[in-house]
Design a binder for this molecule. Structure first.
Ligand SMILES: Cc1cc2nc3c(=O)[nH]c(=O)nc-3n(C[C@H](O)[C@H](O)[C@H](O)COP(=O)(O)OP(=O)(O)OC[C@H]3O[C@@H](n4cnc5c(N)ncnc54)[C@H](O)[C@@H]3O)c2cc1C
Length: 462
């Protein structure tokens, strides 16, 4: 029997307080928190459905703040490119989209929601945003709906607990996948809210850097050559399908070449839907070959396993969140002599003795996106060249959060945690690492042309 499409859509929606819709209120709000897009956005489409049903104008609301602890110009620019494009597409559908500069997101969303019949927003996986949404839901007298649009299958439907191994998670998610890979049609808004007076202090600037000019955020990090937005994401997807996917399995771990999709920054900001990516690939190929399987293993299995990790493990961004066996073995080797020890500043400025590691850090500094294979080596060496593993975990998180365009994501913490033993098994015991997997410079030399990668990074201009 075919799974009901409407049920699959409804399964992405969760009411997170026990309030009912107040039809005496003036409008409804879709707070665009994580899915920064007009296309293939279940939250937006649900909000339009509700607006049509209760006949209230819809406000799409994007609060921007300089109070968020990680905010910096590099990723705010990328993020705002995407938000401004989404604004245009949504306004073309006759729906008002407001960007507002706010001091305190929680307070302002609560205030604005006082005149709203319902609040709809995107489902978060990280602690800070989950707490923010819970506080808002608890203090409002209207229903707050979380809609999960940035995954193929909703996290709680795949599993109700932290999955410890990828193979279990793979089995579970693949058994549900076909029920959730469903095209999403754009609903027709019956009420045009474009001219409705929502009593907001809208930022009407049309350029990302003009908006950033109004914010006091860290402006010391250089801009990235990546440009944000759905149109750019679709360009990368097209380029990937036409020129890279057919060699993905063989070359995805070759940093000297360029066979990854480059979609992670777009996925991180919800500028493109993972369901749309999967459907687009399936519509271009008659059968699923090894390359497609390999890509889906990253995009679907590992990416959504990272959401499972952060959702169910409260220590996902801390050393304490790694498996017990890994902590035990690292602690046993805590006092092993380190041949090199670097400070955060030396790591940050790519000043180690290792030209391969420095090249990886330089790729990050220059572009805002380090190649996947080098991310593993990069993090493993931070463990090797730091006084203790807890400090290494914090340094890796700090640099990843600050410089990666796709940082501050469930993938960030799952990726770092993987380097500390999560999802892995014990290996042969050795100095410093104990039983966690080790990576060496000679390993890089034997697997691909690492010198070519170093040269490639040197040539990148900023
Ligand atoms: C130490 C470390 C830190 C990492 N930090 C981040 C991070 O901050 N943000 C981030 O998105 N990814 C992170 N990753 C995972 C991975 O390196 C990137 O997702 C990938 O390099 C992104 O490039 P791409 O989109 O071109 O990848 P592709 O190879 O084209 O993969 C397509 C998509 O699959 C997903 N994916 C690929 N590899 C992984 C993986 N190992 N785990 C989970 N999802 C994956 C991503 O969403 C990616 O966009 C990290 C990995 C490690 C080892």
């Amino acid at each position: 029997m075919e799974f009901d499409h409407d049920l699959a859509f409804r399964n992405r929606i969760k009411l997170i307080n026990d309030k009912t819709i107040d039809r005496t209120k003036k409008y409804i709000i879709y707070w665009m928190a994580h899915s920064h897009r007009a296309n293939f956005n279940h939250g937006l489409e649900f909000a339009i459905e509700l607006s049509n049903k209760i006949k209230k104008p819809l406000l799409v609301y994007f609060p921007i703040t300089d109070r968020y602890k990680f905010s910096n110009i590099r990723y705010y620019k990328f993020m705002l490119d995407g938000v401004l494009e989404a604004k245009k597409f949504i306004e073309d559908r006759g729906i008002r989209f407001v960007i507002e500069k706010v001091e305190d997101v929680q307070q302002r969303v609560i205030e604005l929601s006082k005149d709203s019949a319902a609040l709809i927003t995107d489902k978060p996986y990280l602690k800070y945003f989950r707490k923010l949404q819970k506080n808002i839901a608890d203090s409002l007298e209207i229903p707050v709906f979380q809609v999960e649009s940035d995954v193929c299958v909703p996290v709680e439907i795949v599993s109700y607990k932290q999955e410890l191994y990828a193979f279990n998670f793979r089995r579970k998610i693949y058994s549900l996948l076909s029920s959730y890979l469903i095209p999403l049609s754009a609903r027709e808004p019956k009420i045009k809210s474009i001219n409705f007076d929502f009593k907001v202090n809208e930022l009407t600037l049309k350029d990302s850097l003009e908006i950033i000019d109004k914010l006091s955020i860290d402006k010391s990090v250089s801009l990235s050559p990546f440009v944000g937005g759905y149109t750019q994401a679709k360009r990368f997807l097209k380029e990937f399908i036409e020129n890279k996917l057919f060699k993905y399995k063989e070359y995805r771990s070759h940093p000297e070449l360029d066979y990854q999709s480059n979609l992670s920054p777009y996925l991180h900001f919800g500028q493109i839907s993972p369901v749309e990516i999967v459907l687009e690939i399936l519509s271009n190929y008659k059968h699923v070959d090894d390359n497609i399987n390999s890509f889906f293993n990253e995009l679907i299995v590992w990416r959504e396993l990272a959401r499972n990790f952060c959702y169910y493990n409260p220590n996902y961004n801390q050393y304490e969140g790694i498996p017990d066996w890994a902590k035990k073995t690292l602690e046993e080797h805590k006092n092993d002599k380190r041949e090199y020890v670097y400070t955060l500043e030396e790591f940050e400025n790519a000043k180690t003795h290792d030209e391969y590691w420095n090249a990886a850090q330089l790729e990050l500094l220059k572009t805002g996106k380090m190649h996947n294979y080098m991310r593993m080596y990069w993090c493993k060496k931070i463990i090797e060249w730091t006084e203790d593993p807890k400090q290494a975990f914090d340094i890796a998180c700090y640099l990843n959060d600050k410089y990666e365009l796709d940082g501050r994501d469930p993938n960030s913490y799952a990726g770092i945690s993987w380097c500390f033993g999560t999802y892995d098994r014990p290996w042969k015991e050795r100095k410093i690492f104990g039983k966690i997997r080790y990576m060496s410079a000679s390993g890089l030399e034997s697997k691909f042309d690492i010198k070519k990668y170093v040269e490639k990074v040197k040539r990148i201009k900023i």
